[in-house]
Design a protein around this ligand. Sequence first.
Ligand code: NAD
Length: 254
Amino acid sequence: ADFPRERTAIVTGAASPRGIGRATAARLAADGWSVAVLDLDEAACRDVAARIADEHGVACLGIGADIRDRDAVRAAVDRVNGELPQLVGLVNNAGVSSPVPFLEVSEAEWHRVIDVNLHGTFHITQAAAKIMAERRLGRIVNISSTSAERGGGVYGRAAYSASKAALLGLSRTLARELGPYGITANSVAPGSIDTDIMGGRLTDERKAVLLKDLPVGRIGTVRDVAAVVAFLLSEHAGYLTGVTYDVNGGSHIA
Ligand code: NAD
């Protein structure tokens, strides 16, 4: 199908003020996308959506929904479908990290992480993909992590790494299964990006240690990730599917 001039992308986890999701939502809006800002806090979502709409002159919608809640997610996707231009893009960015060493991981901690990062992603991807499939056009990007590729790391241990590795498999399978419906599915694996995900754990001291292993000589920014996601959602990326884009400054070179 033709790439419509007016189209919508859903970005999950997009209300975090310094987060990758919000930067991605803004970047997409700058590229002409209408954006649905989805996150846990409805008021925060509305606020972010209003600001982005204001700045970039596109229609935006802020919706509070917990991606673990299948019904809430379906209702949110239905609203997007009814109120914004054609749904073409989905950025699965919502996620939680887990610093707990494997030998100490509780059942509850394990499920907390997998429920959001994997099950939540499943819920919204299925709801959105059904709509994309009907129109024979879609772009899905799952935000994985360097942690999935190299076995844990800066932000996450086993539960996090496992959940993010699962997203790589999910993207590849979606690429195969949904290709015939005009839908591409890819992963973006960020390295150390300066956000609040670890609640201030990325101290100056920690940054100095990280820099030693970074060929490009700096910690990544949310804009570094947003630019790659925006490209993968764009019209120009139609022949890319099932791939993983490492956005890590060379900290992990596969
Ligand atoms: P962040 O904590 O700023 O943003 C994550 C957002 O997800 C938050 O706004 C949070 O409210 C939302 N969220 C959490 N659980 C949710 C749920 N159940 N339903 C809906 N929304 C939910 O963190 P960030 O660093 O911007 O992370 C964004 C994504 O990038 C995450 O998936 C993270 O794992 C991934 N990532 C981050 C880094 C990094 O270095 N910061 C590296 C690799 C991957």
